[in-house]
Design a protein around this ligand. Sequence first.
Ligand code: F6R
Length: 609
Amino acid sequence: MCGVVGYVGYRKAAPILINGLKRLEYRGYDSAGLVALDKDNQPRRYRGVGRVKNLEKQIQGEDLVATCGISHTRWATHGKPTEGNAHPHADISNKFFVVHNGIIENHAKLRAQLEADGVTFSSETDTEVIVQLVGRNFKGSLEGAVEEVLKVIEGTFGIAVVSSEDPGKIVAARRGSPVVLGIGRDEMFIASDVGALVPYTDQVVYLEDNDLAVMTATDYQVLSFDHVPIKRKTSMIDWTVEEGERGDYPHFMLKEIYEQAETVRNAMRGRVQLSEGVAVLGGLQSKIHQIQHLKKLIIVSCGTSYHAGMIGRHIFENLTEISVEVELASEFRYRRLRLDETVGVIAISQSGETIDTLAAIREARRKGALTIGLVNVVGSTIARETECGVYCHAGPEIGVASTKIFVSQLVILNLMALLIGRYQSVSLSEGINIIKCLQELPDQISGILKNAPRLEELARKYEKFPNCLFIGRQIHHPVALEGALKLKEISYIHAEGYAAGEMKHGPISLIDENFPTLALVSGDASYEKMISNIQEIKARSGPVIIVTSKRTAEMDEFADDVFEVPSTHELLQPILSVVPLQLYSYYCARFRGCEIDKPRNLAKSVTVE
Ligand code: F6R
């Protein structure tokens, strides 16, 4: 979603703003803009549709010496992506400027009131009401004016405001959309995502909902919306600049796919005790007694994280005595739920900022359930608002399509279930076996990656088809869903994931010689049924690619192509089976000339409903 970057200090603001926006490009956006307040406090505003590099071109050759400014990448919600709708927005006096991430729900009413008072709007956005109101409420102090506006706006926001009337100052506020302050020496930063701040400082302060911050070059203060000072702790960023760089890889997505052996190692590091067959998860320790006695677990998440949750259900069902449900976070929050302290709600989120997942855990907490986070971004809102949890420690994931964090989520779900299961009926030998299999995964992943040229070949053969079906059973059903999601989001090939048993209930009518199916076949009890499904597809001339850990002569007979992955414990098999699907999608997208790291219309961190 939208990205926000602000700077006040002693250096030229514009290059820092541009660099910060570039580091947020992965979040997805359609236009970009910045405003810098010059020494004479003349605002210099630049905006444009498309990439940050277009904005950079606009300011090339401009003498921008300003040391204070705010900037934004916009992901359109109200009004088309046009220059006029791009942020920063200005009030009618052109002295007040705002950038905003979120949605102002009562903007229509506020706009009508302002228009009735003679204000002419210059954009179609919900955001513009904020800045028009700031201008009207200004009585000498920018924070005072912003505080007045916060009393009347409804919805979600992470905002940064500057004004030539109160120079050398940025006022920021948060409700629902992330805002992080970067603390430097004689300079301060603000961003919607720590990724923008990594090159400049490792000291950050995460704003909580209903916090307002006032920043000057040498100081910052956090206040409530009623102007009561609040102490917020300073955290350290645990990313390095290099982790956010692409290196020699043509795309971040490919780099992240290739990092997965290391991702698995990082997810397990210091978290298993082989001799005891147990997992050691410090982040769950304070609640372990309650967790052991939970009657029900509900996993809430969205998109790829939801698919991890679906696999998590199989894992918890097999290793623990707790009954498990998985729910899309966007649906969970509207259900009439019976929750209490015997229910644990696990929120899975790579960004830790997905608004629906956040709302779900807030709802769960309100009703007395224990909330548990499984999050990658340290210090993110979901990480802070859950009562206990585990970090993925997968490093930054820049490609919009999630790959390495999905794999990391699966490893940690296994560790969580093992931790609980060893207090219940999982035996020592079973615990040891799972850990041994986990430890083999990195080498097995590296082995699959060595076969990437074969997946490139398959992608070359099948990318011309406009549709693709992914099928699997049991624990491989969510892998099929994930394969379909990867393919559609980056290559724009229409892809659907199905539980193979559903084929006869509808989707088989689609099958003909132009509709390929990718089937995930394991050697478990579902093998015969999968082979029957494949034969049914072949009987209708549908091309079939099989991804399997147990290659058989039948597969070679019925399928057009077979790709083998190493075999592991059945609860870990998805970690291996998903890797070829990621690579297959990547190559299809590449052959189709798609913008892989920034697919159209998508955002990395979905902070609006
Ligand atoms: C797809 C993808 C998304 C996210 C979803 C939830 O590749 O990455 O489907 O999984 O938007 O995001 P998080 O995990 O940040 O809550």
